[in-house]
Design a protein around this ligand. Sequence first.
Ligand code: RIB
Ligand code: CA
Length: 341
Amino acid sequence: MSGTAAPGPGIELATPDPADAPPRAPHGSPEQPLGIVIDCDPGHDDAVAILLALARPDLRVLGISTVAGNAVLESTTDTALRVLALVGRQDVEVAAGAAHPLHGPLRTAPHVHGESGIEGSPLPAPASTAIAEFAPHAMARWIRGATGPVVLVPTGPLTNVALLLDEHPDLRERIAHICLMGGSLTEGNITPAAEFNIWADPEAAAIVFGSGIPLTMIGLDVTHRSIVWEAERRALLDEGGPVARTVAGLLAYFQGFHERTYGWAGTPIHDAVAVAHLAAPGLVRTAAVNVEIETEGLWTRGRTVADLRRVTGRAANAHVGLDIDRERFVRILVDAIRSYD
Ligand code: RIB
Ligand code: CA
């Protein structure tokens, strides 16, 4: 039975952010767009996140780095190039990164995204090729070359970001914020305890969450409340232009996993929420708490352990998403996709 009932209200936290909370994510404007680097594993929702970012006048995509995750690196890189070709933005550099996590084997998600990582709607052939530079090095160059603050937007496993921070420690000061899709305060989606992006490379996630760089965690608690329902998808298909129809086709496939797993007649677009958070102050309600990454647990490896009640005394290192204005998110997303009509 397919339901249209999203989960209940967001997580309620009465306590205000502590005085030592990290700075919140910066925002841009059409006059001074915020420079972002998208590190992704396309992936249906990564693809939509890229399209959203490219459509926003208040964001400037400095580059796209790819990582293995939803599919193997060759596929995620090819898909990133195809998404750029879809909207004629082959001017944006794409750099391929890690083909496997820091430790252990690569584990992909064909049960969610299909073997290619992007089943459901044909994308055009790439109109460009990935640059030869290894992604962590290209990311460092994009950051160094930026004139204003730079926000990293990881929407896949955090391997490239961990390598970037390890190999270019001086850049920690140049990265204003990391706004990532990943983690969960409640249930997981790849194991009962863990969300896929964190589970895919927990050691890399531990490096990123322990980096001291101001961070926002857009987890499943928020993205599972950002569902695009079938009627909204249908409207894209019936009323939109070629890009909207392509997105509607991608969402139809992605929705299948969520119908089978959660009974939803709709689909969360996880990665697009991380981009939308940068474009819309107040869209996501957050709380500044300590988040540690479980790397040892037999049943809990990849778990984001958030100290919501601040009982550990550990300093807050992340703004974690608690709830989202879904209707506002869908308006932002549809406006962006329809801007390509
Ligand atoms: O758990 C959802 C996340 O894992 C999304 O980023 C999706 O694209 C996959 O990478
Ligand atoms: Ca992703």
